[in-house]
Design a protein around this ligand. Structure first.
Ligand SMILES: *Cc1c(COP(=O)(O)O)cnc(C)c1O
Length: 230
């Protein structure tokens, strides 16, 4: 991965934000399926936040990086669906979890976050437009889930995360991004210090930023196409 790729993406984020009159969002580098060398290379160029989908894969990568590049201080975000039986590892080894969508997970993460660690930053994953998706809570469930998270000292509610239904034309995702921003704004009335709306990926980040994303999750545009599982 060449130096200019990260620089180019950061410029594209800044341009999209500028064009829309929005603040520049944070970049989450989605490193699933990428080896620790690719992560270390990007980290040496200044990238801090990395997103992983699978707990076991992330733990192996973190261990490899701790051995090969102990000086790197990275911020790890879990962006994949989280099963309750993996909550202990997620709570111990991530800084953020984007995929909290049920009360059981709130309790499990809080129970396993050590008091010696900073509170775990948590986003509520909302199923914003995909009736068929099993993941993400319903928009109506957000207030109660937010209360449950806010009641846990081991957790820190940061905002919302959405994955709108895939569509070849990113414009078709705009209404879902807009509804997500409205839901985020209404949540700020009860939770004034939330600061993160996680939405937008390689093919639609410009639309997501225009609609108010504060963090975009980008893999392919940074690292190239992921190898397909055999
Ligand atoms: C893989 C993934 C991404 C990154 O997707 P790209 O299209 O490679 O940028 C973002 N968010 C989630 C939840 C993902 O699983």
């Amino acid at each position: 991965m060449h130096e200019h790729v990260l620089h180019d993406i950061l410029q594209q984020l800044a341009r999209a934000a500028h064009d829309a009159g929005r603040p520049v969002p944070r970049l989450l580098a989605v490193s699933k399926t990428q080896g620790e060398t690719a992560v270390a290379n990007l980290a040496r160029q200044g990238q801090v936040a990395f997103g992983e989908n699978y707990v076991q894969e992330a733990l192996a990568k973190q261990a490899a990086l701790a051995a090969s590049a102990p000086d790197l201080r990275l911020e790890w975000h879990l962006i994949g669906h989280l099963q309750s039986n993996k909550a202990a590892d997620a709570a111990a080894h991530f800084d953020w979890v984007h995929t909290v969508d049920r009360p059981k997970l709130v309790a499990a993460l809080a129970r396993h976050r050590s008091v010696e660690q900073a509170p775990l930053s948590v986003l509520i994953q909302v199923n914003i437009d995909d009736e068929a998706s099993k993941h993400g809570c319903r928009p109506d469930d957000v207030p109660a889930l937010a209360e449950a998270i806010a009641a846990q000292p081991a957790l820190r509610l940061r905002g919302l995360m959405v994955i709108p239904t895939p569509h070849p034309d990113p414009e078709q995702r705009r209404p879902a991004f807009r509804r997500s921003k409205a839901l985020f704004d209404s949540l700020t009335r009860a939770h004034r210090d939330i600061d993160t709306l996680s939405m937008g990926m390689s093919d639609d980040f410009a639309v997501a930023i225009a609609e108010g994303a504060t963090l975009v999750r980008i893999g392919t545009a940074l690292f190239g196409a992921r190898p397909r599982p055999a």
